[in-house]
Design a protein around this ligand. Sequence first.
Ligand code: SF4
Ligand SMILES: [Zn+2]
Length: 338
Amino acid sequence: MRLAQIVKDERRPRDFDPREYISTWTEKDVLHGKVVDAWVIIFRTRGCYWAQASGCSMCGYVNDVAREVSVADLTHQLDAVLKKHTGQPMAKVYTSGNFFDDHEVAPEMREKILEELGDRCDKVIVETLSHLLRRDQLDAATRHVDELEVAFGLESTDPRVLRHSVNKVWGLDEHARAAALCHELGATVKTYLLVKPPFLTEREAIEDAVRSGHDADPHSDMISFNPVNVQSRTLVERLFRRGEYRPPWLWSVVEVLERTRDLRAHVKSHPTAGGMVRGAHNCGACDRKVMDAIEEFSLGLRTDFRDLDCECKDLWREYLDLQEFMLTPADPLFVLEG
Ligand code: SF4
Ligand SMILES: [Zn+2]
């Protein structure tokens, strides 16, 4: 498929010190109905095998990875990052790839990470592609942590969107299988869905996210909507530079959250680079207010967005119409004014 090659050609992995973790910080999240501090750790690994083979159209993670990372390197990263723990009861572990890929995180390393974090935190969240998860791995993982959550980047439940927009070849079937395994072994499931992958109009993107949320709900404890942001060296960036892609409006994210309030799963969204030109944004004047409202909604501190308004909401509605009329997912404002 040509898309697969184009996505791959955009990537420029750089050389990094394999002994240094990528980043760590603390953010707010919800644990047992209460807002708590969550400790985010991003380990440096060889990265996602799918990113190296081809990769998702919006994902620039591969640019942060090191070519090879040994168990000794990862142990060094772990020892260094453990010193940064300040009592957060929840840890979120990312690797710019797949925690359950044995070639990326060796089984003994995986157990060591979970053991150390399980000693310090009540809940640990790890991320992986659904088709990589095996029973024996999960069985071993759940032994070290009181509450384990596995996050999967499902992105969309529409096979055509996965294939032609995201460039991902696993969908709801693989997700449902992995989710059933998690539930059987006592882990919970977090599902990531995209808002506005490339080549979709704003309206199509809203409908895709809402539909995907409902499809994924029976297999999810948490659904997190990720508005696409423009990362370096991705297909999305290439389109963005040509005015053929605009990250979603925050009003679109709000609509998705409003229309998935009926889900059984907890629904949230933390727009990366929200309010900035490369992230989900509105007119500039209302972005902070809308971002705060989305954050409050995600933490369970508000249930609707009825109090929000801005002059740009009319422009957003016109934008939805205009794209349909022009039969293009390109940015009409760029076409008309750019
Ligand atoms: S989005 Fe996830 S699965 Fe896709 S290339 Fe990036 S790390 Fe890999
Ligand atoms: Zn506005």
